[in-house]
Design a protein around this ligand. Structure first.
Ligand code: SF4
Length: 370
């Protein structure tokens, strides 16, 4: 294998496992990294176009009841911490609607074994408030019955999150000791049974350095088995004094951006975003590495002091709730990255998500050659 040849092939078809591992190992220098990013951008342009849309997000909609909490996560560590009241969640959804942002996510913590009643109550209130022309993504831990998810679909939910961060079982147990990998995999399949799209996530810099590239490749391809995958976010491990992993090394933006690029070369047409741990400045690197096509720009959350010193100033606050509008930054970012912005949210089309089949075909062809 040589780098030029692997990148040429990646323009035409999804990379195989072997090629993905080769690319991680052979793009550590700046020049090689830039070649990888250029190919990922070309794949994005060919598969999805370079048109991005604004999205919104409401955080802390449900508490996290995992015990212990995940070792990399600073949320829900304070005593007496309450989730956002449902009235504030509806007000947040109204704010997005008023601003013309049609797609938003609700994120919250996990309650293992939950049937999803709490999420149903929230989405019902949004639906009853007349906000019925919006696309909602729910990311509240991997626990909900199929029936609850079918109901959510009727009320405007398009996708549900089952976020793995890493699928190496041993590392998963270490960093997410209160969570359950087998249940999460089952939940990801249940999302398909409910006829919904799957959103997932991978955290860069979470695993041990010795197996890091193998862990990235295995996680990317483990998640690729779900044919209903419609979006993935790449978080970037960032130490925080409040977390058990406070002395774990921060993930570099170059490493996280290479993971973004590789996600583009494997998954092709899905939505790939940068999430927790990326500064606004670093998100530009994500876009230059092939992320897209959503720009998370309107945020509603309780007044928080997570990620000390890294949170942007609130645009305005009401009743201890902060509203952040980063559309001006995103417009500047778009200009810098040569992308255009539309208010129109991309429609989910499960029939278009064919990359898993393509990957399997490519891998069989690779296997047949050996
Ligand atoms: S499930 Fe989510 S909110 Fe709960 S501890 Fe883990 S990362 Fe944090």
């Amino acid at each position: 294998m040589n780098l030029h040849e692997v990148l040429e092939n990646a323009l035409q078809r999804p990379v195989t496992r072997e090629e993905a591992l080769f690319l991680f190992k052979n793009t550590e220098t700046e020049g090689d990294r830039n070649s990888l990013y250029a190919v990922a951008r070309a794949v994005r342009k060919a598969e999805t176009g370079d048109v991005f849309h604004f999205t919104g997000g409401i955080a802390s909609v449900l508490p996290c009841r995992l015990r212990p909490l995940c070792n990399y996560c600073p949320y829900w560590r304070k005593k007496d911490q309450n989730p956002l009241p449902v009235e504030a969640i509806v007000a947040g959804a109204r704010y997005f609607h008023r601003e013309g942002v049609q797609e938003f996510h609700l994120s919250g913590g996990t309650t293992l074994g939950s049937d999803g009643k709490e999420v149903l109550d929230i989405v019902r209130k949004i639906h009853e408030a007349g906000l019925q022309d919006m696309k909602i993504m729910v990311n509240c831990g991997a626990a909900m019955s199929v029936d609850s998810m079918k109901q959510l679909k009727e009320w405007g939910v398009g996708s549900i999150g089952a976020v793995f961060e890493i699928t190496n079982p041993e590392v998963f147990r270490k960093v997410k000791p209160g969570d359950d990998l087998a249940k999460k995999i089952q939940f990801a399949w249940d999302i398909q049974k409910a006829g919904l799209a799957l959103s997932s996530g991978i955290m860069a810099g979470l695993g041990p350095e010795e197996t890091r590239y193998e862990d990235y490749v295995n996680t990317l391809f483990d998640i690729a088995q779900f044919p209903h995958l419609s979006s993935i976010y790449i978080s970037k491990f960032t130490p925080d004094p409040a977390i058990p992993m406070h002395d774990w090394k921060a993930c570099s933006v170059e490493e996280a951006a290479r993971l973004v690029a590789m996600a583009r070369l494997v998954y092709r047409s899905i939505n790939i975003t940068t999430a927790a741990g990326w500064t606004e400045e670093e998100r530009i690197q994500g876009i230059l590495a092939g992320a897209g096509n959503a720009l998370f720009s309107l945020a509603v959350n309780l007044k928080v002091d997570y990620w000390q010193g890294r949170q942007q100033e609130a645009t305005f606050s009401e009743d201890n709730i902060e509203y952040r509008d980063t559309r001006p930054d995103k417009r500047a970012m778009a200009e810098q990255c040569g992308i255009t912005i539309s208010y129109q949210a991309k429609k989910y089309d499960l029939n278009r998500i064919l990359y898993s089949e393509e990957i399997i075909k490519a891998q069989s062809a690779e296997g047949a050659k050996k």
